[in-house]
Design a protein around this ligand. Structure first.
Ligand SMILES: [Fe+2]
Ligand SMILES: [Fe+2]
Length: 259
């Protein structure tokens, strides 16, 4: 089974780049399942039913999120009623929506999980124990399990990779919007990468227009940050998984640029 994972899709430039390129990429790479992080799909902060629809129209199967998930009020309702959109599972009990999605690739069940880190982020419930619980709940029938660990600190993400090694097929990080080059198969067969990166404008500060962000850092005055415009970097990884035992056999970066 070939899975394509796409970093945080940032605003209209990110959505348009996927609409323009993902259908052909899906075919040429013989991709069976596409996961994208959509927490920045609505003008760089949050997601709406319209931006979710646009990602699904481009060929995304499951949308994961993170700390920006609730930035648009309508997400509270959208995430609750759209099972293909998930939010971190370590939010407090009673939070709208789900932290997991069970989908099928042919006859093979695939579980997608989303958790959020705690270092330099809002302190949610322990993501390690929350993922233990989710895996216990999944039981042993589901072999292919994919985890989006949305976190700031590379140390927490790498620790999570080793924590889940051999228990899931893939752990990929999101949130920093900067792609890391440490894609690898961990000793017990889990594919891992610290951060996918983003689908966002190259001349930007993690998706935002450079000048206002820069002014904010240098003047310490309030600034009007807004999404950048221009050509887009698309950061993804392609992961090959043995559907019989859930072990990953390869993970490779597939990054490209859309003018
Ligand atoms: Fe993000
Ligand atoms: Fe984030």
């Amino acid at each position: 089974m070939r899975v394509l994972c796409i970093g945080d899709v940032f605003g209209r430039p990110g959505r348009d780049a996927l609409l323009a390129t993902l259908p052909a990429l899906r075919r040429s790479q013989a991709i069976d399942l596409v996961i994208a992080n959509g927490e920045n799909s609505a003008h760089g902060a949050g997601l709406t039913s319209a931006t979710g629809r646009s990602l699904f129209a481009a060929g995304v199967d499951v949308i994961t999120t993170g700390n920006h998930v609730w930035q648009r009020r309508e997400a509270l309702d959208y995430v609750e009623r759209e099972p293909r959109v998930i939010r971190p599972l370590n939010y407090p009990p009673g939070t709208p929506g789900r932290g997991s999605a069970l989908v099928r690739v042919g006859a093979v069940p695939v579980l997608v999980l989303n958790a959020m880190g705690r270092l330099f982020m809002k302190p949610l419930d322990d993501p390690f124990r929350a993922l233990d619980d989710a895996l216990a709940e999944a039981g042993s029938d589901v072999k292919v399990i994919l985890v989006d660990f949305h976190a700031e600190a590379t140390s927490e993400k790498r620790a999570m990779g080793f924590y889940l090694d051999g228990r899931v097929s893939l752990v990929f990080g999101t949130h920093t919007h900067v792609a890391t080059a440490d894609q690898q198969i961990l000793p017990k067969g889990t594919a891992y990468v610290t951060d996918l990166g983003m689908v966002g404008v190259r001349r930007s500060v993690i998706g935002m227009a450079v000048e206002p962000v820069l002014a904010g850092f240098t003047t310490m005055l309030p600034n009007h940050a807004q999404p950048a415009e221009g050509s887009v970097d698309v950061n993804t990884v392609v992961v090959e998984i043995d559907a019989d035992n859930g072990k990953a056999t390869s993970i490779a970066r597939l990054d490209y640029h859309v003018e």
